[in-house]
Design a protein around this ligand. Structure first.
Ligand code: ATP
Ligand code: MG
Length: 376
């Protein structure tokens, strides 16, 4: 029978093994037994059971250790621990380590059948969830391919044609046509910007950044970003300054992604600022973290909107933001990148006064740096 469910009983008491085997075989399950943890792990690798009934108190490696190893290698296998009333506390420990439930000794055949049925239902749900997750990953990959190749490439081609026409390379065009084509060019450029953001987001989700991180002195990276953003600040009559931290700040980071993070935060701090406002970046090393605060004197964010600012496509809609363009993806990209670096980003804001975005990244400690150098 192809989908006959497999149950493994690991218990050093022969009587328990025999009675479980009888009850479970009668209920139609394919039942295996093991006399201790070592044999249990061996059979678990061979038969990949749907469910394991596991005694906690066994000679040799105990049930908790078996559970830990099974959870590591077969996270979708459901484990139910068998325990005496005196060891209820260990049963609680086992549940914290991923056991689905516990069955106190002595138990009746009816209790055994019931708990196994519930455990197998849990197994079905776990497998279904794993399958849906895999499907979501496949769809994401498909989405990236479609957006990157089928949508972006032809749009880029159209933009190149428009570049030539608007740039006068194809001869003169009358003013009305020029105005329309420039409008089309602007719209297309905006659309390509959104697509670039989407792709960035999808790629961050696919975990590309983790593999590209290296020892990075962050402050020179920020100096370059601030330099590049100065023209935008001047355009809005906003002063932009960088206050470096007193000591050197080496973090494990992907420099290009850090540029994306701080460009987004500075761009927001400028965009949502007021005339003659200020934007400052302050660095601080605290508790093993590098903390960079991007502080502005802008319009602020209403308190009720604060929990949503890091969500995809979220934008505050108010008369003050109506004329400011954006897609609402900037901060969600920032959060994903920072979290991909094992850091955090938080926001505090007061309407009418300003906003502070607080990025914290784990500093590479001296020992870690030395270890890496030794390795080199
Ligand atoms: P883009 O994707 O182009 O960055 P965006 O700036 O609208 O578009 P986010 O950067 O994700 O999107 O910001 C989300 C929203 O949070 C913004 O629309 C704005 O309403 C609010 N916001 C973000 N930063 C600030 C800030 N420094 N001051 C005030 N409001 C802000
Ligand atoms: Mg933004």
């Amino acid at each position: 029978m192809a989908d006959r469910r497999t149950v493994l009983v690991i218990d050093d008491e022969e009587a328990i093994r025999d009675s479980c085997r009888q009850v479970l075989a009668k209920a139609g399950y394919d039942c295996h037994t093991a006399v201790d943890g070592i044999e249990g792990l061996h059979i678990a690798h061979q038969v990949e059971p749907d469910l394991i009934l596991l005694d906690l108190m066994m000679p040799g490696i105990d049930g908790l250790e078996v559970l830990r190893q099974v959870m590591q290698t077969h996270p979708n296998t459901v484990c139910i621990v068998i325990t005496g009333y005196a060891t209820i506390e260990s049963a609680v420990d086992a549940m914290k380590q991923g056991a689905f439930d516990f069955l106190p000794k002595p138990f009746t055949p009816q209790e055994l059948r019931l708990i196994v049925t519930r455990g197998l239902e849990q197994r079905r749900l776990l497998l279904e969830t794993a399958e849906l997750r895999a499907e979501k990953e496949r769809m994401k990959e498909y989405f990236i391919t479609i957006v990157a190749h089928e949508l972006r490439s032809p749009l880029l081609l159209v933009k190149q044609y428009l570049d030539l026409i608007v740039g006068g390379k194809m001869g003169t065009i009358d003013d009305m046509a020029r105005e329309m084509l420039e409008g089309a060019h602007g719209t297309l450029t905006g659309l390509l910007g959104i697509i670039a953001d989407w792709l960035k987001l999808a790629r961050i989700n696919s975990g590309d950044i983790a593999g590209a991180m290296e020892e990075t002195e962050l402050w020179p990276v920020l100096e370059t970003v601030v330099e590049e953003m100065q023209p935008f600040a001047k355009d809005k009559n906003v002063s932009l300054r960088l206050d470096p931290p007193p000591e050197s700040c080496v973090v494990n980071a992907h420099a290009e992604s850090m540029v994306v993070v701080f460009k987004n935060l500075i761009s927001n701090a400028i965009k949502y600022n007021r005339e003659h406002g200020t934007v400052s970046l302050e660095g601080l090393c605290v508790d093993g973290n590098l903390r960079v605060q991007v502080r502005d004197t802008g319009i602020g964010i209403p308190e009720k909107e604060l929990p949503f600012v890091f969500e995809d496509f979220f934008r505050v809609t108010s008369s003050q933001t109506a004329d400011i363009s954006g897609t609402g993806l900037g901060l969600s990209i920032v959060k994903k990148i920072v979290e991909g670096h094992h850091g955090t980003v938080e926001v505090q804001s007061t309407e009418g006064e300003g906003t502070v975005f607080d990025v914290q990244l784990p500093l590479l400690s001296c020992e870690e740096k030395m270890e890496e150098e030794d390795y080199d």
